[in-house]
Design a protein around this ligand. Structure first.
Ligand code: MAN
Length: 348
């Protein structure tokens, strides 16, 4: 349904420098997207780790004071479970990420060719006790003329939603955690609805009941959130059977709020689909993709750090065209354009 950019992948790890000379970038992925000063900007997730020593695996973590610490174990140490390349578990049942992520700004005049800005510091790093394993997958929402960043805060305390606000991309006001663990994939609506702010989010039912479903919450002040409602669940036997999560801010259309979301099947294959939410009550689903609007087909989507992944948390809307920026196979950044009208016709 969409058209992939001809020069995909548009950003890969060789296009930028690591944040430290003794670290290596493993992947660039999952960018937030926004318009600022007449340009298109991406806020990438950059996943790094120390240079690896022969026979050992080294995992980086930050301390609460922002220092770095390296956890190291032998490749053949049987007490470590390394079956998922994204995270490793030790004999005490503690989970560590294989890489640590920060956020990085890149900008572009045409939305396709990106470079690092010269007048704005490009790196946004973790800080404090809830980000010691890094920050990831930032959504950028322009709300009341300010940029709101909602991103994943990862630490041994769990995975929660962080929130920062900026006007100029130089000065940031960091707020308290917006949704507590386990929660991620938080997409703010770009305007209030009947006097309230709304956010899609994805708490995880880690016990026996519930699942990885998309919820909606509302707030009068962007700080205190409540009125939590489950918007949609995974669907047994379909492309979104095991996990679903919001992309970025819903697109307002005459038919309703159009949300691009990711769905994961039982084989950990990540595709994108669309859902239409009621304009006045966005907890109501009016229509939902029977089939993905895009699925891993290109080599760069099928092969990489984590195979068969298309994951988005950033798009730019211009008239009927939405340019969706996405992480492919958790390793490179790509783009594709879609007609909003065509997506709506397909799901309605
Ligand atoms: C999770 C998140 C994403 C990642 C996908 C695929 O949903 O950690 O950052 O892209 O998994 O690995």
């Amino acid at each position: 349904m969409g058209k992939r950019f001809e020069n995909n992948p548009i950003i890969s790890k060789d296009d930028i420098e690591p944040s430290r000379s003794d670290w290596k970038i493993e992947c660039v992925l999952n960018p937030g997207a926004f318009s600022f000063q007449g340009k298109t900007w991406l806020l990438l997730r950059v996943a790094e780790r120390p240079d690896q020593k022969e026979g050992f695996i080294s995992l980086p973590i930050y301390t609460e004071d922002g220092e770095t610490r390296v956890v190291e174990f032998a490749v053949n140490d049987p007490s470590w479970n390394t079956s998922d390349p994204r995270k490793f578990k030790n004999g005490d049942g503690k989970t560590f990420l294989s890489t640590i992520s920060h956020l990085r700004l890149m900008c572009s005049d045409d939305g396709i060719h990106f470079h690092e800005p010269t007048d704005i510091p490009p790196i946004i790093k973790s800080s404090g006790p809830y980000e010691t394993f890094g920050i990831e997958d930032c959504r950028v929402t322009k709300l009341e003329n300010r940029y709101h960043l909602t991103y994943t805060q990862v630490s041994e305390n769990g995975v929660g939603v962080g929130h920062m606000v900026t006007d100029d991309w130089v000065n940031f006001k960091k707020h308290n955690m917006l949704f507590m663990p386990h929660n991620k994939d938080c997409a703010l609506f770009e305007e209030k609805i009947n006097g309230k702010y709304y956010a899609l989010n994805r708490p995880s039912g880690l016990g026996g009941l519930g699942g990885n479903y998309i919820w909606i919450s509302s707030s009068y002040d962007l700080k205190n959130w409540g009125d939590h409602k489950c918007v949609m669940k995974t669907r047994h036997g379909k492309w979104d059977s095991s996990r679903i999560g919001a992309g970025t801010s819903p697109i307002k259309t005459d038919e309703g709020w159009l949300e691009i979301y990711h769905g994961v099947d039982d084989n950990s294959r990540y595709c994108l689909g669309a859902v239409l939410l009621d304009l006045q009550d966005p907890s109501l689903v009016l229509a939902r993709s029977e089939f993905p609007i895009i699925e891993p087909e290109a080599v760069y989507e099928k092969e990489g750090f984590f195979k068969n992944v298309i994951f988005t948390n950033g798009h730019i809307v211009k008239g009927d065209v939405v340019s969706i920026y996405y992480g492919a196979a958790d390793e490179v950044i790509c783009g594709a354009t879609f007609s909003i009208k065509t997506i709506l016709e397909r799901i309605l």
